[in-house]
Design a protein around this ligand. Structure first.
Ligand SMILES: Cc1cc2nc3c(=O)[nH]c(=O)nc-3n(C[C@H](O)[C@H](O)[C@H](O)COP(=O)(O)O)c2cc1C
Length: 225
């Protein structure tokens, strides 16, 4: 048994669904409903994440599920502290604009998932990671994107929060030193989503033209973007 199966293209309806999920996936900060997600749905999201590619099939991820409001409150405090620091890194109008942005849904979303990368999983020498140790984190990000797209298909919003001191969250969740936090995801049902990135809607930054990002045969000079 060679395990090879037919690999024809998807039907048109299936292809449309895949591109629809990719194009309409959004980072959600504020549109979360408070009702809890059914366990079987959450399981499907985690299965989607767990089917991601990973370097040397390392599967370095863990999914820490946080439902308790108390824990989410402590994490929100850590966010809030870091966000004040972040704000000061911008100057003038940009700082004022930053202050008006909502950049998390930690308290509003009923579920948070802290997704980690265990840098020691699979032993000291992992196939494919021998010359680029960061590939373990890249793998974890693939899992996150799978979850994010599956969530879109399920009518569930996901918001990625990264504005923390990692050690503050590690202390709250008791995460060992060799394990990296890759994402804090806020997860919950949504009835509405922006039709383009919220940062574009709010005038922070626009989507770059794809044609300026595609080079032929080697690096090309490009203006600062
Ligand atoms: C690695 C990573 C970290 C992010 N961290 C944050 C964050 O801390 N707060 C936030 O509001 N959005 C965060 N985002 C979401 C981005 O702002 C968002 O993906 C981008 O503006 C494009 O919007 P879209 O995801 O709705 O298409 C993060 C996204 C990624 C991929």
């Amino acid at each position: 048994m060679d395990h090879l199966i037919a690999a024809c293209a998807f039907s048109e309806a299936e292809r449309t669904a895949v591109y629809h999920a990719i194009e309409t996936r959004r980072d959600v900060r504020d549109q979360f409903r408070s009702d809890p997600l059914p366990e079987d749905l959450v399981r499907r999201l985690l299965e989607a994440a767990h089917h991601a590619p990973s370097v040397g099939f390392m599967q370095p991820w863990n999914f820490i599920m946080i439902r308790q409001a108390e824990t989410r409150e402590r994490v929100w405090q850590a966010f809030s502290h870091a966000n004040e620091e972040a704000c000061l890194m911008f100057e003038g109008d940009r700082r004022a604009q930053y202050q008006r942005l909502k950049l998390e849904g930690i308290r509003k979303a009923p579920l948070s998932i802290c997704i980690t990368c265990d840098t020691k999983r699979g032993g000291p020498v992992v196939l494919g990671r021998t010359h680029n140790p960061a590939t373990d984190v890249y793998s974890t990000v693939c899992a996150i994107q799978n979850l994010w797209l599956a969530a879109r298909a399920e009518g569930v919003g996901v918001g990625w929060v990264s504005i923390f001191h990692e050690d503050a969250i590690k202390t709250i969740l008791n995460i060992p030193e060799h394990v990296k936090i890759v994402a804090w995801l806020c997860v919950g049902y949504v009835d509405e989503l922006y039709d383009m990135p919220e940062l574009a809607v709010k005038g922070w930054r626009d989507r770059l033209p794809l044609d300026k990002l595609v080079f032929e045969e080697g690096w090309q000079d490009c203006e600062d973007m």
